[in-house]
Write a new protein. Structure first.
Length: 353
């Protein structure tokens, strides 16, 4: 894997609001920066969802390695970087950390006794170098327990720790893929494509900007739908298309968002709704109706007449409300499918129904 940004759907409403869905891959270490904008709808790869064997093999064959190692200085950004032999030493140490993390994950699964026996090292003092881990992976792989295996821990030295913990120490060295939909990118690009932004988030932000600049959005009419991961004409029924789009976005947790199996996707969609996992239902959206825009503009005009007649605090609240009328679920001029679901924001009401 490597840095990558592609567009999975790009639409513009009759009122000129552009909605874009990206699939972006970047280092897991800057995932937090991608999570801060509140106007983004997001689903992404999950350490808890992907099989641990898949994660281990990926880290051994294609780990994230920083292109630059900044030199420590005050502030959140480094402007000078290691070069030559010192850069090479930093890379070597970085990969040593990866090897330690992989060794630890294997120990948490197999237990130290089995891990030591297979990889021939002293667990109290050593870790296993990456080239040996990779060389021995064919021996390790059959020993890694599957999530469906029932293991009597009283009869084995195995620990079989769940990937939600066993895999966490691997995240520093992972690549990460996200599905992201939004109408609001101006502020994100200004913040992340900036000299003070961390280099890795700046790189993916630039790729996203370039992909969007090169894309021509599809013109949609009132009542049409923005449907990432669904091909034009793939479904006769629009609700089937919505369900598959949502299920495919959810499958990004396992890295299977580009696979297609409608019957299973309809089941997954039902599971998402019944379990209160609504975020995959945020990527599908339809433009505000024409009558809705007329009502918004009429209301804004009514609010505007009050400007200058209120206290400073009330003026600020008024302006905020006027701008907020044009948004639903973080999208300007678009309504998410999630907003059509009763009690979409309160799982307690869903399970009580």
């Amino acid at each position: 894997m490597a840095f990558l940004a592609t567009i999975k759907a790009d639409s513009i409403s009759p009122d000129g609001c552009r909605l874009t869905t990206f699939e972006a891959t970047y280092p897991r270490i800057v995932h937090g920066e991608m999570m801060t904008p509140r106007a983004f709808a997001r689903n992404s790869a999950s350490t808890r969802a992907k099989p641990i064997a898949t994660q281990l093999e990926s880290l051994l064959t294609n780990p994230f390695i920083p292109e630059k190692f900044g030199i420590n200085q005050p502030g959140m950004q480094a402007y000078k970087h290691l070069a030559g032999m010192k850069h090479d030493q930093a890379v070597e140490i970085w990969l040593t950390g990866r090897d330690r993390a992989v060794t630890t994950a294997i120990e948490l699964l197999l237990g130290r006794e089995v891990a030591q026996d297979v990889m021939q090292y002293e667990a109290n003092r050593e870790f296993v170098p990456g080239e040996i881990l990779l060389e021995d992976f064919d021996k390790i792989l059959p020993l890694l327990p599957k999530s469906t295996d029932e293991i009597d821990l009283s009869e084995t030295t195995m620990l079989n720790v769940h990937k939600q913990l066993a895999g966490r120490g691997l995240e520093t060295y992972m690549w990460h893929t996200i599905v992201l939909t939004t109408t609001e990118l101006e502020n994100f690009f200004a913040l992340r494509i900036h000299p003070e932004a961390q280099g890795e988030i700046a790189t993916i932000a630039k790729l996203m900007r370039d992909a969007r600049d090169a894309s021509t959005p599809r013109e949609l009419g009132y009542g049409d739908w923005h449907l990432p991961y669904v091909d034009e004409g793939e479904f006769d029924d629009v609700f089937d298309a919505i369900r598959s789009s949502a299920a495919r976005a959810a499958a990004s947790s396992y890295g299977r968002q580009n696979a297609k199996n409608p019957s299973r996707e309809f089941e997954r969609y039902n599971d998402l709704r019944s379990s209160g996992h609504m975020t995959p239902l945020e990527h599908q959206a339809t433009p505000f109706a024409k009558a809705e825009w007329e009502l918004i503009h009429d209301t804004q005009a009514t609010f505007a007449k009050l400007e200058g007649t209120l206290t400073d605090i009330s003026e600020f609240a008024l302006l905020e409300k006027m701008a907020g009328l044009e948004f639903s679920g973080g999208f300007k001029g678009w309504r998410q499918h999630r907003k059509q679901i009763p009690n979409e924001g309160n799982f307690a009401r869903i399970i009580a129904a």
